[in-house]
Design a protein around this ligand. Structure first.
Ligand code: ARG
Length: 455
């Protein structure tokens, strides 16, 4: 058995079950690139500060380059007995270049090292997520442009409410995704501070330059307090919260589209490319990808919950519990990435059943509110208008007809203010034109103009 890098004071080696239980390399090897990036910056700083020679620095960096190459070509042998990604790389570096490599861990602890790696990893992960969000927004905007004039029934409580333009509904998701992106960017900016040089918890007596490593790694500045730097994972809580909110938005989109693909709605037709069948019912064509988007939001929320519970009982500074931050982080990021990708693909592979939607529009008196607005124009207080239209709806219901099909004399029997011009407010096509205030559905596509990526 190899002596551990920390083995000086130990006489016995750990039991196999403890070794297996505590290793993290099986999942944290994902951080190798950022670990090497951090080590390069650290070694350069040590040399600049005269803590190691330029020659040692050259050997360390040459060795790190070779290790990176081996990892990427699959030649690198990851070892569970070396615990984690950090000690795998450090031990391999010592195997490779000998003595100079033993100087790399000067003024460094795995406690500042790991959280530096994770911050670097998250920074890139957020860039990837932001790109995927724009991709989905673009797909939704494309749908909006394709169905520019399509009027759909709008729902509240899943009951028919008012007419909407389909683009208006789609662009609601685009707005929500915009805020998701904003939350991710905010959290990216707030996490972009460097823990390196905080060492185990108290900092160091050696004359290091934390500003130099922070700068070299593209951080805004070093974190101000060494205990805080190694201790907190609030940046992960924030990241996973932002991911969870985005996942909830995607889940709602999924729910809506799954519902719309049902026989009962029949508004949305997914292409075969994004549907799957049943192993027993030959006629089935299911919108599984969006059901899974809805389903996978559960594990994104679960990862956030795991991290919250993980952190809540920890005293300051590093505790080994924190090793458990990585799997929920990676899973949250992988899952939201996949959810965004699949939602985008789904959006690019659906059509809306315009005929079916048009046929369904007369149901549900979508024009009742605009009829009330008409009464307001005639000088009637809104509450009274509401009552007048309520009575008109009751009459239409009893006659099984549309509001637009009530005769003028029938309407006047409810209230004499009605004139011929009420017709301009009735029927979904007329009603939709009435929604003209800022942010309303009636302004055709006006809000798409703000999205530069529309073609
Ligand atoms: N693998 C550990 C983690 O992910 C690295 C830090 C370990 N530090 C320590 N003192 N054992 O948190």
């Amino acid at each position: 058995v190899e002596t551990k890098l920390w083995g000086g004071r130990f006489e016995e080696s750990v039991t196999p079950s403890v070794e297996k239980f505590s290793e993290s390399v099986s999942f944290d090897k994902k951080l190798y690139k950022h670990d090497i990036q951090g080590s390069r910056a650290h070694a350069s700083m040590l040399a600049e500060q005269g803590l190691i020679t330029m020659e040692d620095k050259g050997k360390i960096i040459g060795g790190l380059d070779e290790i990176e190459r081996r990892i990427e070509s699959g030649e690198f042998a990851w070892r569970a007995d070396r615990e984690d990604v950090h000690m795998n790389i450090e031990a391999a570096l010592i195997d490779l270049v000998g003595e100079p490599a033993k100087k790399l861990h000067t003024a460094r602890s795995r406690n500042d090292q790991v959280v530096t790696d994770v911050r670097l990893w998250c920074r890139e992960a957020i860039d990837r997520l932001l790109g995927k969000i724009v991709g989905l927004q673009a797909a939704l905007v494309r749908l909006a442009v394709r169905y520019e004039d399509l009027i759909i029934p709008g729902y509240t409580h899943l009951q028919r409410a008012q007419p909407l333009l389909l683009p208006h509904l789609l662009l609601a998701y685009v707005e929500q995704l915009d805020r998701d992106a904003g939350r991710l960017s905010d959290c990216q900016a707030r996490m972009n501070y460097c823990p390196l040089g905080s060492c185990a918890l108290a900092g160091t007596g050696l004359p290091i330059d934390r500003f130099a490593t922070a700068r070299a790694l593209g951080f805004t500045a070093p974190l101000r307090n060494s205990v805080d730097a190694v201790s907190d994972r609030d940046f992960l809580l924030e990241f996973l919260s932002a991911n969870s909110i985005a996942a909830v938005h995607l889940s709602r989109l999924a729910e809506e589209w799954v519902l719309w693909a049902s026989e009962e709605f029949g508004f949305l037709i997914p292409s075969d490319a994004v549907s799957t069948g049943s192993s027993i019912m030959p006629q089935k064509k299911n919108p599984d990808p969006m059901e899974l988007v809805r389903g996978k939001s559960a594990r994104v929320i679960g990862s956030l919950t795991t991290l919250l519970v993980l952190c809540k009982g920890l005293p300051q500074a590093y505790n080994r519990d924190l090793q458990e931050d990585k799997e929920p982080l990676f899973d949250s990021v992988d899952t939201v990435n996949a959810m965004l990708e699949v939602s985008t693909e789904f959006a690019l592979n659906i059509s809306f059943n315009m005929e079916r939607i048009a046929k369904s529009l007369p149901a549900g008196h979508l024009d009742a509110t605009t009829m009330a607005d008409y009464c307001v124009y005639k000088g009637i207080p809104f509450r009274t208008s509401h009552d007048i239209v309520g009575k008109s709806v009751a009459l239409a219901l009893s006659k099984r007809c549309q509001l637009a099909e009530l005769s003028l004399s029938e309407l006047r029997s409810i209230n004499p203010i009605f004139d011929e011009d009420v017709a301009n407010y009735l029927g979904a096509e007329n009603a939709i034109e009435r929604f003209q205030s800022y942010g309303s559905t009636g302004k055709r596509l006006s809000c798409t103009k703000k999205y530069g990526f529309i073609k």
